[in-house]
Ligand binder design. Structure first.
Ligand SMILES: Cc1ncc(COP(=O)(O)O)c(C=O)c1O
Length: 460
């Protein structure tokens, strides 16, 4: 399978609905030169997503500047939760620009004060301090550092960090090691031997174990112990609120057992909310689905619905451990203004509630999609406006990466923009503001494309 799509304009049928417009070959012939130049100057790693030229994006739609309009099911990889280019965010950035303060390191600013005050106000009470950064990876690195430093305060050997198979926490050296994706880490050579990964408790893993999910957590810890790990040395556990690639949530009893164990063993729990935060799952924060109080929370992406900003929040006694935890661009005043506006919009427009309500409708729609193709669609996960549709090869449990890849490419030709997961799942994460009929229309496009692809396969 090709990692990079050919930059060849494909013939399309004209489409015009309330939500999409396709009026030219895609990618548009005039966009090819720009994209080719990008490929010339940038590395391959920058060019494995769908080849649509983004000229502008508004609310739930992306425009290529040549008259084509796409329904966006990505929110630019979970960033634009309140919708692209929300007027209140644009205004906040413009106002901030006009003041002539484009950056200020971590010297004090009104913009940062206003944002962090609001952020701490909306997060659970025990989380009373924050540090602002720029990217999600920086926050997981910071959580890693913080958990280990706090562990060492208790005992010099309390340095182990637990994470989960299949998890994703970023692409920098530390964050990638925290992640549980197979492969790709060989380059680190001397990997941190004190990072361990537990199996992720998928529905099927729990079922196969014949145990309650809580017992399974304790059993898997015991396995680590039997393999030589002193469990007392576990300084911290890092978990995503849901595992990204498949939008997979933890069973509540698993979290309950983990929280109790962590408390008894003075182990900190970090929840990585970089993807799940700010209404995505139908709660302000994804961890609020679980009855838990994390010690540290990592946030990023949709914090601003626009400019790069991220944060870790936690209790003062934990986060204050390292006086060097700050960075050059963390808390940029424009990004803080945008984030404050975005958070206010999220609340004022009741987008968290909308995410929950639309999520229920989306789930219904996806389950009926699955019913029509039970041999190919093996699993649906959906909470709020994050969902994943698992496609398998006929008669197997093997995820069908190629089918999904062809499917999302074809959907692009019909005016739907998707995340390319390269994992055999269609991952859905539209702006929370998307009208339900637009979302429903996009799912129908997938259905149409699947029927076409299966027909073509049968005719080969
Ligand atoms: C759960 C999670 N953590 C961390 C990151 C890394 O964030 P960034 O790409 O901003 O460094 C991501 C990005 O996709 C993520 O989904």
């Amino acid at each position: 399978m090709k990692i990079h799509y050919d930059l060849i304009p494909e013939k399309t049928k004209n489409i015009e609905t309330k939500h999409r417009k396709v009026c030219s070959p895609i990618p548009h012939p005039d966009s090819i030169e720009i994209m080719n130049d990008l490929r010339l100057y940038e590395t391959d790693s920058m060019h494995d997503q769908l080849p649509i030229l983004w000229d502008s994006a508004k609310d739930y739609q992306i425009f290529d500047g040549y008259g084509n309009c796409f329904i966006d099911l990505t929110s630019t990889i979970f960033v634009a939760n309140i919708g692209h280019s929300h007027p209140r965010v644009v205004e906040a950035i413009e106002n901030s620009c006009k003041k002539n303060l484009l950056n200020n390191y971590y010297y004090p600013s009104l913009e940062r004060r206003d944002f962090v005050k609001k952020l701490i106000e909306v997060t659970p009470k025990q989380l009373d301090k924050c540090i602002l950064y720029t990217t999600g990876s920086e926050t997981t690195e910071a959580a890693f550092k913080t958990m280990r430093q706090n562990g060492r305060k208790i005992d010099n050997d309390k340095i182990v960090i637990l994470s989960f198979d299949g998890s994703f926490h970023g692409k920098t050296t530390g964050s990638q090691q925290l992640g549980g994706k197979e492969g790709g880490k060989e380059w680190i050579v001397n990997q941190d031997k004190d990072i361990y990964h537990l199996p992720f408790p998928t529905e099927w893993y729990v079922k196969d174990s014949l145990l309650d999910a809580g017992e399974l957590f304790l059993r898997d810890l015991k396995t680590l112990e039997e393999n030589g790990l002193n469990l007392k040395n576990i300084a911290g556990i890092i978990m995503e609120s849901y595992q990204g690639w498949g939008a997979l949530f933890y069973p509540q009893s698993y979290i309950d057992a983990m929280v109790i164990w962590a408390k008894e063993n003075k182990t900190l729990i970090t929840v990585d909310e970089v993807q799940a935060g700010f209404g995505r799952t139908g709660k302000l924060f994804g961890f609020q689905h679980y009855n838990m109080e994390p010690d540290i929370v990592c946030m990023g992406k949709a914090i601003s619905s626009s400019l790069p900003l991220s944060a870790i929040i936690g209790r003062a006694n934990i986060l204050n451990i390292d006086p060097s935890m700050n960075s050059t661009h963390g808390g940029n005043p424009l990004a803080c203004s945008a984030s404050l506006a975005s958070l206010n919009v999220l609340i004022d427009e009741k987008l968290v509630e909308q995410s929950k309500v639309k999520g229920k409708m989306l789930e219904k729609k996806l389950l009926s999609f699955q019913k029509e193709f039970p041999e190919i669609i093996s699993y649906i996960s959906c909470k709020g406006l994050v969902a994943a549709v698992f496609f398998v090869k006929l008669g197997t449990n093997e995820l069908d990466i190629e089918l999904v890849d062809s499917l999302i490419y074809r959907a692009m030709l019909k005016g739907v923009n998707s995340v390319r997961t390269l994992s055999g799942t269609i991952k859905l994460g539209p702006p929370l503001s998307i009208p339900m009929d637009a979302l429903s229309e996009a799912i129908d496009v997938y259905k149409e494309c699947l029927i076409e692809l299966l027909e073509e396969r049968n005719n080969v």
